[in-house]
Design a protein. Sequence first.
Length: 49
Amino acid sequence: MSGVTTDRIKGRGRRWDLDNAESLMALEALYQSTGLWNHYWQNAFDHRN
C-alpha cells in the first residue's frame, strides 16, 4: 500500500469501518497493478447500462 493510502487509513483521528478500509485497499491494489486499472474501469463503464 502506498504511503498516501496508509496515511489516509491510519491518520490521526480517522475512523474507518472494515468494509470501507478493505474497499480502499482493493482500489489501491488495483491501481498499483500493471495495466489492470484502465482495463477494470473500461470494463465497468462498458457494462453499467
